[in-house]
Write a protein that binds this ligand. Sequence first.
Ligand code: NAD
Length: 478
Amino acid sequence: MSSYPDLHLYIGGEWRKTATDLPVLNPATEEEIGRLPHAETSDLDDALTAAQDGFRIWSRTAPRDRADIILKASALMRERQEDIARAITAEHGKPLAQARLEVIRGCEFFEWDAGEAVRTYGRVIPSARGIRYIVHHQPIGVVLGLSPWNFPMSQPARKIAGALASGCSIILKAAEETPAGALHIAKAFHDAGLPAGVLNLVFGTPADISDHLIRQEPVRLVAFTGSTAVGRHLTTLASNHMTRVLMELGGHAPVIVCEDTDAKRAAVSGAVRKYRNAGQVCTSPTRFFVHESLFEPFLETFVKRAAATTVGNGAEPGVEMGPLANERRVPALAELVEDARAKGADLRTGGSRIGNVGYFFEPTVLANVPDDARVMREEPFGPLAVINPVASLDEAIERANAVPFGLAAYGFTNRADYADRMTDEVEAGNLSINTLEASLPETPFGGVKSSGYGREGGTEGLENYMIVKNISHSMDIV
Ligand code: NAD
């Protein structure tokens, strides 16, 4: 595709190629669309030096001036929306309409955090004997950001926005499968006049990069989005150096459908959201616990909507769901389906790969899935929904909480008492009732339990990127 960019690393304000490059594939066609330079250790060391230089400049730049540059870069990304969206569709596979929305959402993350940059207030603590205590917030330092492939532009945007709005510099390792979203962000900041070294972009072998950079003393925060297994590993590495982590990890979102709701509307809403981004979303609704009185109409409507989903190359008009972004996710999903069927689940639609070119997988619904099926505990991270009947809200909440994850959760009800009980008892960082929107730039996003810790977005987001310093200031020597 002509608008796919020439790929580079971005270090110290300069674009860089390296001796080794690897192909980037279009997951709909399996064709090579670009070559991605892989960083050597010397490139990482250069990025670290550049980020330290960048931090010295940026941490002393007034928040209003930081915000101006972030907003200027965001305006450029809005102007370049079509180019960025086409590159995302080519490397990730999602429908172009969803890629366009992703670019806007990424810009909104930048714009929200730019606004927050000027509101990182401290406080003054009243005191006796002429000593004034001031609580002061300062940027933490060099951030190592590690972003995944499911949202090639908006995932890197969250990390870069948080770091830059707080006054930190960042070395971002974006996903090797989907480098163009992050590259476009770096281009926009370059063109907006961001000082060299404040933002650095590298690609390579993920484990080598994280292992080398986490142990470096100037790296003061590791901000990762990805699977719980990798997040746990990175947290262990960081703990050896007492380095702070921000971990946005996997989810396995439950949806509680109460007996008082409109089953068909909830089912259509659930199916449309389930297959967005081919289910490769950490907040994707996956485990539906439907009151038994509504189970049949809910299931029937959901299955019908799932089977009607138009699957194809995201660059083509009318496509609602593209391929999976990675070849490895195809067998992973097929195995979860097979395991559930072997344990007695009903496969109501889908369940298989489509064709033999591109990583397409059918929108899939499994019903009456026993608790010992792997999919009841393992996040499918694909177009797979599980729909099970429950006898009561008590049972639904108990089953909703019966996984190690706690990222997003959803409920459908018109009863205030049911909504209150879900608010109090469902273990999740984000609970949405009668809507399947889990996260906006202005709301804090993050998990509990094995879904990680820390929050991105909202008024809480920048706290992760800042330290709190207490200043005791006596008016006289005491
Ligand atoms: P994975 O666990 O192999 O990788 C997940 C992400 O971590 C990828 O972006 C990968 O490049 C990166 N990674 C892997 N090892 C790393 C290391 N040692 N250091 C730094 N980064 C490393 O899984 P996968 O097959 O790519 O994706 C499937 C799983 O990942 C899903 O089950 C899901 O839980 C998780 N995932 C979550 C999100 C999210 O938004 N929370 C996004 C993408 C993937």
